[in-house]
Design a protein around this ligand. Sequence first.
Ligand SMILES: [Zn+2]
Length: 66
Amino acid sequence: MRLNDRSLTCRICGSAFVLTAAEQELLLLRGVGTVPAHCPICQRSRQWQVSYQPSAISAEALMADG
Ligand SMILES: [Zn+2]
């Protein structure tokens, strides 16, 4: 089966992002049946919030990340 790049819309920030064929293949290999609902940027900030206490992150620190 051939996979094509897919255009998705982030559910958090609403920006469009592309899930490449290679990324979809990876998800299939991992047995993940769903496509990500969030763009890479939001996924990263979500991981942040899981591993760090949100209250410990100042707005300044978040802006410095970019
Ligand atoms: Zn986003």
